[in-house]
Design a protein around this ligand. Sequence first.
Ligand SMILES: Cc1cc2nc3c(=O)[nH]c(=O)nc-3n(C[C@H](O)[C@H](O)[C@H](O)COP(=O)(O)OP(=O)(O)OC[C@H]3O[C@@H](n4cnc5c(N)ncnc54)[C@H](O)[C@@H]3O)c2cc1C
Length: 383
Amino acid sequence: MNILDDSIVPEHARAIKSDAREFANEYIMPSAAEYYDSGEYPWDILEAGYEAGLVAGDIPEEYGGRGLDLPQLLALSEELYRADAGIALTLQLASFGCEITYEYGSEEQCEEYIRPVAAGEQISGLAVSEPETGSDLAGMQTRADKDGDEYVLNGEKYWIGNGVEADWITVYARTGDDEDNRYGNHSLFIVPTDVDGYEAEHIPEKMAMRASKQAHITFEDCRIPEENLIGYEGAGFMMLADFFNHGRVIVSGHSLGMAAAAIEETWEFTHGRKEFGRTINEFQAVQHGLADMVTEFESARALAWRACEKVHTDENAGYWAAMTKTKATEAAVEIAQQGMQFHGGRSVLTDRRICRVFRDTRIPVIYEGTNEVQRNLIYRQVP
Ligand SMILES: Cc1cc2nc3c(=O)[nH]c(=O)nc-3n(C[C@H](O)[C@H](O)[C@H](O)COP(=O)(O)OP(=O)(O)OC[C@H]3O[C@@H](n4cnc5c(N)ncnc54)[C@H](O)[C@@H]3O)c2cc1C
């Protein structure tokens, strides 16, 4: 079965989709269980991904990237996450946050920080969430105070992908305290991870996406030059909102990939497993469950590609991004849950693909803004 077919994907995004599938089948799929077990960082697959041109491909060509657009990134995401979400997240996070610098930063910042990521010499990350604040973007407490021609960072970040592994991180920090302008109090900075006062350690082990690593970062009088401010002071919230609109479309691709994996796995299992002298797919109850799985998948995927177009052309982008993120991530949870049920007792064997996918689907309903927050955004932006 090929549930993740091409027909809904715009023509210009089909080549990258096909390259991604070939790469995923050769490098990701065979290693997925092993990396899940070990919880190690898949450096070898990251390197192979760079060589195949599938990592940091969003970076514009003028800085050495491929300049992949949003439909191409969605197509890529569907294929890589179908193979394994943990490894796919590591490949994606290698350039996480770079978009903010190449969209709003200076030429010098792009040359110094973006070009090495495109070349595979460095990796990045984006630090927004904090131990005491997650959903409330305007409530983040990490500070960046101006001192002469430097900014001094103090505070903590939590859940930060590549916080330990990255060469530099885009950090969201408070530069103002105006209660009447909550959305103008934060700014974004480029922070090299070898700067004095930057400490990072891995957070405790996760039950899902174990091949990707998140960190707890502390900043203690961490000094960075003022040239590391991205855009202008107070623009952090606005830049993040724009970044998340693109990110949420890509996250819907994470979940569609996982949902496709759950469907494939369950289809194969139900057509092979025998009870009462026949394969279980012959029972109407199982057929209806499978029918619901594919129907839910197609609905979520149709919305994702419509939202992708809307966000790409910037038509009420926040509304469509939140809607597809919510629909696709919840569809994947439901589809994987049904897949588990049809696997019977074997569903809980940790070496089963369905079991891994089921656990992985629990993550995208949380990251890039929880689905409760997405519903707030959808409601507020109904046209
Ligand atoms: C695997 C993983 C990777 C991540 N990677 C990164 C990363 O690279 N960089 C980064 O900055 N962050 C990252 N995150 C953090 C992620 O973005 C946050 O976990 C998420 O924003 C939620 O924040 P929280 O966990 O603090 O939950 P909270 O904000 O404390 O939410 C707890 C519950 O309260 C609900 N809630 C909160 N506010 C509202 C509201 N206004 N209305 C309705 N319900 C509400 C939430 O929906 C949720 O159900 C990652 C998280 C995970 C799990």
